[in-house]
Design a protein around this ligand. Structure first.
Ligand SMILES: NC(=O)c1ccc[n+]([C@@H]2O[C@H](COP(=O)([O-])OP(=O)(O)OC[C@H]3O[C@@H](n4cnc5c(N)ncnc54)[C@H](O)[C@@H]3O)[C@@H](O)[C@H]2O)c1
Ligand SMILES: [Zn+2]
Ligand SMILES: [Zn+2]
Length: 437
């Protein structure tokens, strides 16, 4: 698939972008450690040039914290198009400003900042509304344009389908349009509290806000990875009367039940999830949120269709949501999907009057200041989901451990040589090799 997608992209040529993805190394030949993709289930730590200011709006960060996301697993599995050997991954990171380009006047070397996973231009019609993930000007993928009719913003470390920008699972990163894509971190907010403003905190929040969770709603959440766990907390934050999480990973079910106080369904025990939900909530839930993953089909029908490339994505969760939601209820899709799924229950969607909402990639800029405020006021503590801390050198092993959900892993803080020591109450350094099986 990668070869075909890259060949098609070459044939189509690049779409215009206001930010180039290439970066310049430094005259002194200095190198850094970074995590790069080489093939399906093959990521490696490599030595690559340290980036320098390449365009006038650039900021170079020394990365002080990064992490792995469920979205990185789609890359690991080779299920996002247009990956190329040597692509540096990582879209959630924070750092210290090392250098600023001549146009960047709002940041200074030494400042602590967190980056949004998307690279927004700051001035297009979407950026004017802080809809940063939908920026029109920073993604050169004509392949995405062909498949979707338009294209998202460029993303860090997320294949050439989203612009081919090197990511932040590295010691340094170049941030194009650094003047808009970095949020300064106040001194009273720790690194562990700030880093997830990059993605999972605004993403979980967006799924709840954009799907319209209201006071008193009963909310069902498919997938209890970091996104689902955050969405559960945000749903309660917005006044949901009941939250029911669905997953099969025992540690994640226990985590959600014990740490977030929600009801849970193990879909390996209750295999008919909509039936179980209808028993728990006669008539159906008000809101369903898809926080799962498209690469784990449950039924033989979809395993086969996916293996034969008759579909790229599976509709199982969407169909379960359509059955389990009440008439005129809302279903939101925040989980990433890439292409086409067969057998969507369009009848249920239409006849039940369900509002099925593609939430899109979360527009981080719309929410990150508001959420930072909640953190500072003590209304929301993002550190609840951090289960492990590992060094950057371990990230190749981390991909496989996170994929297998080893050792109860939820969210990880990945430290670099520039990181501060762990904050009080947060996990201390472990090595992935030492994690229990
Ligand atoms: N839209 C955005 O802006 C955005 C941002 C970040 C992540 N994401 C997406 O959100 C999703 C969740 O991210 P994450 O970091 O929590 O990932 P994760 O892989 O850690 O968690 C996904 C969870 O879904 C569960 N799951 C799989 N199939 C299921 C099914 N049929 N029913 C119920 N649960 C199922 C898995 O067991 C797992 O615990 C991913 O698809 C990711 O790509 C979207
Ligand atoms: Zn992510
Ligand atoms: Zn823009």
């Amino acid at each position: 698939m990668q070869a075909a997608a890259n060949a098609l992209q070459n044939y189509l040529g690049l779409a215009p972008s206001a930010a180039g993805a290439e970066y310049k190394g430094r005259g002194d030949g200095s190198t850094m450690k970074a995590l790069a993709w080489f093939g399906t289930n093959d990521v490696r730590i490599v030595d690559v040039p340290v980036p320098d200011i390449t365009e006038p709006n650039d900021v170079i960060l020394q990365v002080t914290g990064t992490t792995i996301c469920g979205s990185d697993l789609h890359l690991f599995h080779g299920e996002i198009m247009a990956l190329q050997k040597g692509d540096i991954l990582g879209h959630e990171f924070m750092g210290k400003v090392e250098k600023v380009g001549p146009n960047v006047t709002n940041l200074k070397p030494g400042q602590r900042v967190v980056a949004s996973f998307q690279i927004a231009c700051g001035t297009c019609r979407y950026c004017e509304q802080k809809l940063s993930s939908f920026c029109d000007r920073t993604n050169s993928s004509s392949l995405q344009n062909m498949m979707y009719g338009t294209r998202d913003a460029g993303f860090f470390g997320y294949s050439h389908f989203t612009g081919g920008f090197p990511g932040g699972q590295a010691e340094y990163v170049r941030v194009p349009f650094g003047n808009v894509n970095l949020l300064p971190i106040p001194d009273n907010v720790t690194d562990e509290q700030a880093i997830y403003l990059s993605d999972v905190l605004p993403t979980g929040y967006h799924s709840v806000v954009d799907t319209g969770v209201q006071e008193g709603d009963v909310v069902a959440i498919w997938g209890l990875g970091p996104i689902g766990q955050c969405a559960a907390r945000w749903a309660k934050f917005k006044g949901a009367s009941r939250v029911i999480g669905i997953d099969s990973v025992p540690s994640r079910l226990a985590f959600a039940k014990e740490k977030s106080g929600i009801e849970v369904i193990d879909f390996t025990k209750d295999t008919d999830v909509p039936k179980k939900l209808m028993e728990l909530v006669p008539g159906g839930v008000d809101v369903s949120l898809d926080c799962g993953t498209f690469h784990e089909p449950k039924s033989i029908v979809h395993k086969v269709q996916k293996a034969l490339m008759l579909e790229t994505d599976v509709p199982e969760t969407i169909n379960e949501m359509l059955l389990a939601t009440r008439k005129m209820g809302r279903c939101g899709i925040i989980a990433a999907y890439a292409g086409f799924a067969n057998g969507v229950n369009v009848g249920a969607l239409m006849e039940k009057g369900i509002r099925l909402i593609g939430n899109g990639q979360a527009p981080v800029h719309k929410y990150w200041e508001e959420i930072l405020g909640f953190i500072q006021e003590g209304k929301f503590d993002p550190t609840f989901m951090i289960t492990h801390r590992v060094p950057l050198e371990d990230t190749a092993k981390l991909y496989s451990a996170f994929d297998k959900r080893k050792a109860g892993v939820e969210k990880v803080f990945v430290e670099t040589k520039f990181s501060a020591p762990p904050s009080a109450g947060c996990p201390t350094l472990t090595r992935v090799d030492d994690w229990p099986a």
